[in-house]
Design a protein around this ligand. Structure first.
Ligand SMILES: Cc1cc2nc3c(=O)[nH]c(=O)nc-3n(C[C@H](O)[C@H](O)[C@H](O)COP(=O)(O)O)c2cc1C
Length: 164
C-alpha cells in the first residue's frame, strides 16, 4: 500500500500535544490541502483562519465550553464557509483533507464541532469573519503526545454489495 493510503488508515484524533512549535510553512501546506478539496459546483466557499496566539488559543475553549486541549495546541485551524448551497459538505471535505495532511506532516489533529453548536457564531465573531459565514469546525494541531487506539466498525459490518 502506498504511503498516502497508509496515512488515511493510520490517522486518529489526537488531543494531547507536545510543546514543540509547528513551522508556519507546515501550517500553510496543511491549509493548502484543505483548499484543494472537492466542492459542489467548484464553489470553494471556504476560508481558513489559523490561530497561533496563545491568548486566542486559550479563549477558544472558553467559548466552546469543551475541548480544553485546544489551549495546548500549537495552532488551531478554523474552517469557515460562506453559506452556499453545499457549504457544509464542502467545508467538511476541506476539514478532512486538513486532518489527513496534518497527519502526513507527523502532526496530531482533532475535529472539534463547530457547525450546529451554540458557540459557533461567537467564534466567528471572535476571529472577525463576516456575518452569516458558518464555522464548520475547529482543528487544533500539534506534535502528538499520545497514540490512541480506538475501535472501528469492521469492513464486513459496513460494506453492502448492490443492496443494503
Ligand atoms: C463532526 C465531528 C465533530 C466532532 N467533534 C468533536 C469534539 O467536539 N471534540 C472532540 O474531542 N472530538 C470531536 N470529534 C472527533 C471524533 O470524536 C473522532 O473523529 C471519533 O471519535 C473517531 O476517532 P478517530 O478520529 O480517531 O478515528 C468530532 C468529529 C467529527 C467528524
Amino acid at each position: 500500500m502506498n504511503e498516502a493510503l497508509e496515512n488515511l488508515k493510520k490517522r486518529r484524533s489526537i488531543r494531547t500535544y507536545t510543546d514543540q512549535p509547528v513551522a508556519r510553512e507546515v501550517l500553510e501546506d496543511i491549509v493548502d490541502f484543505g483548499r484543494l478539496a472537492a466542492t459542489a459546483m467548484n464553489d470553494q466557499p471556504w476560508e481558513f483562519v489559523v490561530v497561533t496566539d496563545k491568548a486566542m488559543l486559550a479563549k477558544l475553549p472558553e467559548l466552546t465550553g469543551h475541548a480544553q486541549f485546544i489551549a495546548t495546541s500549537a495552532a488551531c485551524i478554523l474552517v469557515i464557509c460562506k453559506p452556499t448551497s453545499h457549504y457544509l459538505e464542502d467545508g467538511s471535505a476541506a476539514s478532512e483533507h486538513i486532518l489527513i495532511a496534518a497527519h502526513a506532516h507527523g502532526l496530531g489533529a482533532c475535529w472539534v464541532a463547530g457547525e450546529k453548536e451554540g458557540y459557533a457564531d461567537s467564534i466567528r465573531q471572535l476571529v472577525g469573519a463576516p456575518e452569516g459565514y458558518r464555522l464548520i469546525c475547529l482543528i487544533p494541531v500539534g506534535y502528538p503526545a499520545e497514540s490512541p487506539e480506538i475501535e472501528k466498525r469492521t469492513l464486513q459490518d459496513v460494506l453492502h454489495w448492490e443492496k443494503y
